[in-house]
Structures are given as C-alpha cells and as structure tokens.
Design a protein around this ligand. Structure first.
Ligand SMILES: NC(=O)c1ccc[n+]([C@@H]2O[C@H](COP(=O)([O-])OP(=O)(O)OC[C@H]3O[C@@H](n4cnc5c(N)ncnc54)[C@H](OP(=O)(O)O)[C@@H]3O)[C@@H](O)[C@H]2O)c1
Length: 437
C-alpha cells in the first residue's frame, strides 16, 4: 500500500472537529477507497485545552498555523479557521509556497485572494481544493470544474445562504415578521450573533464570485457584485408574492449579457411552481444553465459540521488518490493567468420583470399618475392592482404593479418620479422577478 497521507487541520471548530471525527470514524472505508491511510498528524487552534469532542492528542499541536503549514510532517494543509486575512491567508499561502496541497472551506479568503493563491498552487504543482467553500456539502465545484467541460454557461444562480432561506421560509409558512424569524434563527444557531454578513448578502456574494469565475473563466471580483439583503422584506411582500404565484428567495445570480457579466445578490421572486422555489429552510441549491446540458439543479445541505466535512473529506480523498508527478488541473478550471478580467454589466442595464409595491395616499388621481410614470418610461405592465390598507391607515392604499420585461434604469426612474409626485406614504418596495424553470 502507498504511504499514508498526512494531514494537518488548522481550526478545530464546527467544521474542523467534524472533519477530525469523520476521518477517525471512516478511516477503514477511506483507506479502501483511496488505497492508502489518511492520518491526522498535526492540528492547530487557539485554545489547546478546549474539549473538541474528538481526541486529537495523537497529532502534533501547533499554536501557530503558519508553522504547521511549513512543517515537513504534513502533506496536506486543511484550513478551517475562516476570515479573508490574518492566520487563514498567511497559513494557506505558506502551505502552498512550501509545496503542500491545501483544502479550505473559506469562501471569504477565496473571494478576495483566490486568484493569487491559485497562481502559487499552479506554480508549485499542488492542489488547492475548496469544495466546501460554496454551498457546503453540495458538490458544485467539482461539477462545474470537472464534469462540465465543453459546456458554455449562460447563467448560474442559487440559494447560497441557509440563514436567509430559513428566515424567508418561516416568514412565509408562519406569517411572522423578519425580526421575529431572525431572533429564532439566532436562538437555534442558524444565525450568528451579528447576522449582517448573512442577511445583507455578503456571504452569498462571496460564494457567487467563485461560481462566476468557474462559469465564465473570469477573475474573481466579489466587490463588483450588486447586493441587497433581505432585512426589508415584509409580510406584505410575502403575501403579495404568494397571490401573484411567486415565492421570495435571496438569490445570487451570475449571467452572461450583451453588456458583460452581470453579478447580483438580492431578494428575488421566483415562480412558486419552479424547482428552486421548493428549496426550503437551511437547504441550499445551485442552478447551472449551459448550452449543451440545459439546466442542472443541485440541492442539499449548505452548512453544518457534517455536511461541510463531507465536502472537505472528498477534497482530501482526491489528493490521497492522486499520485506523485501527476499534473493537477487548474484551481478555477482555467489556469489562473488565463482568467480574464471581468467585464461588468452595470446593474442599471439589468433586464427583467419587476414587482413594485407602493403605499399611497387614498386620493383621486394617484392611480392614474402612477400609470403615467410607468408609460413615460416605456414600462409595460402585466398587472396593476389596488388594495385598501387594513387597520387604522384607512387613508392609504397599496398599489401593486408587476411589469413585463423592462430595465432597472427605467424602473428606478419611474419609481423616483412617483416618489417626487408626493403620493407615497411609505418607502416604495421593488423586487426583481427571476425566470426559473
Ligand atoms: N460552519 C459551517 O457550517 C460552515 C459551512 C461552510 C463553510 N464554513 C467555513 O469553514 C471555516 C470554519 O468555520 P467554522 O464554522 O468551523 O468556524 P469556527 O467554529 O469558528 O472555528 C474556527 C476555528 O479556528 C480556530 N482559530 C481561530 N483563530 C486561530 C488562529 N489564529 N490560529 C489557529 N486556529 C485559530 C478556532 O480555535 P479555537 O477553537 O481554539 O477558538 C476554531 O477552532 C470558515 O471559513 C467558514 O466560512 C463553515
């Protein structure tokens, strides 16, 4: 049998401890599958005394993950610390420079430094595997990087953040407010104490930026992504969406358009009958549309210790099965140097249908004024409906418009005009509608 593969795990938190546990519990099976043992020979975390729920005392302890990355006692460095700078970046860079393979679950790091790290990995002839960084346990990286050769991707989109999907699912199912759902999500451990990163779309944007690079062969450009979170979604939106045959999801969407690659993260209305609308709770899903394959939808657990560990272990097993001297494929599907600068489509040129919810004074002429602003901006309406606002606000009405395909620029101009007309009693709500099969 080939020599054992020696791994060092940096970070023994939710994911790191699960990885150590699965490597222990599934040792015999992994040895059979890989043709060699996988041994945890080094570990690093902040607190050497903390009980991790798994015995790692046989592994050499390192206070400093950079030192562990450089030790000759490991073949693979597994980064499960997190963060786009600091120990995660320094240790991954050190490991690659020392000629160690790297496995990471760190989307923030890859979104910011992925291309630079890929260049080092490719120069050194080692692997930088990151299946767990996007959609947790769903094997989307392998699918895009290896199983779709020859396909040209037109659009990739998905539900990439379990916290947001959990909140939106409960808001719809139970009719409760965003704030109440968020509090519950925090109590159950689905949301962080500071949830901004998840609910305002940053986490989705990091993952989307990696998918965009794989889909279109572009450099990763997370900062270019148009981003809106879910914190202003109300029960009024959820109910109106349902009445119109839609469900609201936070989607990350990357799409090839005439003016470049469009990357956006925002609450989206998808048809209730579409497959992606059936993805509930903390589950993630990624849809990939290509010229040869058509549409593929992958769905499954996007987070959690075991699901994420499953993807990390798959990456380690790939390294265990590879043989010395074997030329590894490029990290982002194309050699890092060939990843093209990203031609950004401006959000204002985005084309699609729109849902617009307006709370207006109940007076004569308002309805006509709204319709005129739409017509002045060449926006054709699929429907326009007026409801009385229930409760004490009897002098107000809600007007809900659904547009045919138009542009973001036209909608913004029309809504600005309506706001200036002085008919609104509350902030207008605009939600984009996404085509989904
Ligand atoms: N949790 C998930 O469901 C999930 C899903 C997909 C991807 N990920 C990604 O996986 C990574 C890890 O996430 P996690 O949830 O497992 O995080 P976590 O529970 O907070 O664990 C982080 C670990 O890093 C260690 N650490 C922090 N600073 C360190 C330093 N300077 N030197 C050495 N070790 C250090 C911590 O040590 P102590 O324990 O001693 O404090 C802890 O063990 C992140 O990149 C995350 O984005 C997580």
């Amino acid at each position: 049998m080939a020599e054992a593969l020696r791994v060092g795990i940096a970070g023994l938190g939710t994911v790191g401890a699960s990885v150590a546990r699965v490597l222990r519990d599934k040792a015999a099976e992994l040895t059979r599958q890989c043709g060699r043992d996988i041994v945890v020979s080094a570990v690093s975390a902040r607190d050497p005394k903390r009980d991790r729920g798994v015995d790692v005392s046989a592994a050499k302890w390192f206070d400093d993950p950079v030192k562990m990355a450089q030790t000759a006692a490991i073949d693979v460095f597994i980064e499960l610390i997190g963060g786009d700078e600091g120990p995660a970046r320094l240790s991954v860079k050190a490991a690659l420079e020392a000629g160690r393979h790297v496995v990471t679950a760190n989307k923030a790091l890859l979104a910011k430094h992925g291309v630079a790290l890929a260049e080092i990995a490719e120069k050194k002839g080692v692997l930088l595997n990151y299946e767990a960084a996007v959609a947790g346990g769903i094997p989307v990286i392998k699918t895009m990087r290896e199983a779709m050769a020859g396909n040209s991707v037109n659009r990739v989109f998905g539900i990439l953040n379990g916290t947001c999907n959990y909140i939106l699912t409960r808001m719809e199912a139970e009719g409760i407010s965003f704030d109440a759902c968020l509090k519950d999500a925090q109590r159950l451990g689905y949301a962080e104490a500071d949830p901004t990163f998840d609910i305002e779309g940053h986490d989705t944007a990091h993952k989307l930026s990696i998918l965009t690079s794989l889909a279109f062969g572009t450099k990763i450009a997370a900062n270019d992504i148009y981003m809106e979170g879910i914190s202003n979604i109300t029960q009024a939106d959820i109910r109106a969406a349902g009445d119109l045959g839609y469900r609201i999801k936070l989607l990350g969407v990357a799409q090839r358009t005439e003016s470049g690659i469009e990357q956006r993260v925002h609450p989206t209305m998808v048809p209730t009958a579409s497959v992606i609308a059936q993805v509930h709770g903390v589950t993630n899903a990624v849809a990939i549309e290509t010229d040869i394959l058509g549409e593929l939808l992958l769905s499954g657990p996007g987070a959690g210790g075991n699901a994420t560990a499953s993807a990390v272990i798959g990456d380690i097993a790939d390294i265990a099965k590879s043989r010395p001297g074997f030329q590894h494929g490029p990290v982002f599907g194309l050699p890092a140097k060939e990843l093209r600068p990203y031609k950004k489509a401006q959000m204002r040129s985005h084309a699609g249908g729109y849902f617009i919810r307006l709370t207006v004074h109940d007076r004569i002429g308002v309805f006509a004024a709204i319709a005129k602003r739409m017509a002045d901006n060449d926006i054709s309406l699929e429907s326009i409906v007026q409801h009385a606002v229930s409760g004490e606000a009897a002098a107000q009405k809600t007007v809900i418009l659904v547009t045919h395909e138009t542009t973001e620029a036209a909608v913004r101009k029309a809504v600005d005009g309506i706001t200036k007309d002085g008919h609104l009693t509350d902030k207008p709500q605009v939600i984009r509608i996404e085509r989904a099969g």
